[in-house]
Design a protein around this ligand. Structure first.
Ligand code: SF4
Length: 192
């Protein structure tokens, strides 16, 4: 067992690692077959094309495809998402504007499944927070066309702008006790 796997397992997660996006899709198709699956907003999941691939295998709901479907998504068996940063010690970080994503990683689903590209791994919590605020959030703000200062220079200015996408930073020290949770690490760069 690798040190990374050991660190996630001691925090309560099932942990799997694959080398390619193709292997990640195969893993997800097998694991999610026959389930109801809600998707969190995630460029990683978009890049994998897993929503489209799962259509005939599972019941899928994603607010990126069906705007406003949050109530239906909240009752899905599985919540599929990524993370903005993950420490090699096993902590998982997500920043959220509306709150649906971090809420769903904490409570309400039978299982949460995190798909993580290798570019999200950091050494320590401080580096992880820095990644969230100065890499992931500015890029997401730019993707969404927000009028925030980070869009101009790629650096967080700790704004309280009306268009700020950073309302809540969730740091999962360990798996919440109310659900099962799996980390799938993909040895490729995915998302922001
Ligand atoms: S807090 Fe504001 S400036 Fe900082 S990353 Fe979020 S949206 Fe950008």
């Amino acid at each position: 067992m690798s040190l990374l796997e050991e660190n996630f397992r001691k925090r309560g997660y099932a942990f799997f690692e694959v080398d390619s996006t193709e292997e990640a899709v195969d893993f997800l198709l097998d694991k999610l077959k026959g389930k109801s699956v809600a998707f969190g907003g995630s460029v990683t999941l978009e890049q994998l094309g897993i929503y489209e691939r799962l259509q005939t295998e599972a019941s899928c709901i994603w607010h990126w495809k069906t705007p406003g479907c949050f109530t239906e998504a909240a009752s899905a068996q599985v919540y599929l998402t990524s993370a903005n940063a993950v420490t090699r010690d096993g902590e998982i970080l997500n920043m959220d504007g509306s709150g649906n994503r971090v809420a769903s990683t904490l409570f309400g689903h039978e299982e949460v499944l995190f798909v993580i590209g290798q570019n999200k791994l950091t050494d320590g919590l401080s580096a992880a927070v820095d990644r969230v605020r100065n890499v992931a959030a500015p890029r997401n703000a730019r993707r969404l066309g927000r009028n925030t200062p980070c869009v101009l220079d790629g650096i967080c200015h700790d704004c309280l702008s009306p268009e700020c996408i950073c309302s809540a930073l969730c740091i999962l020290r360990r798996k919440p006790s109310s659900c099962a949770a799996t980390v799938l690490l993909v040895r490729q760069d995915l998302g922001y």
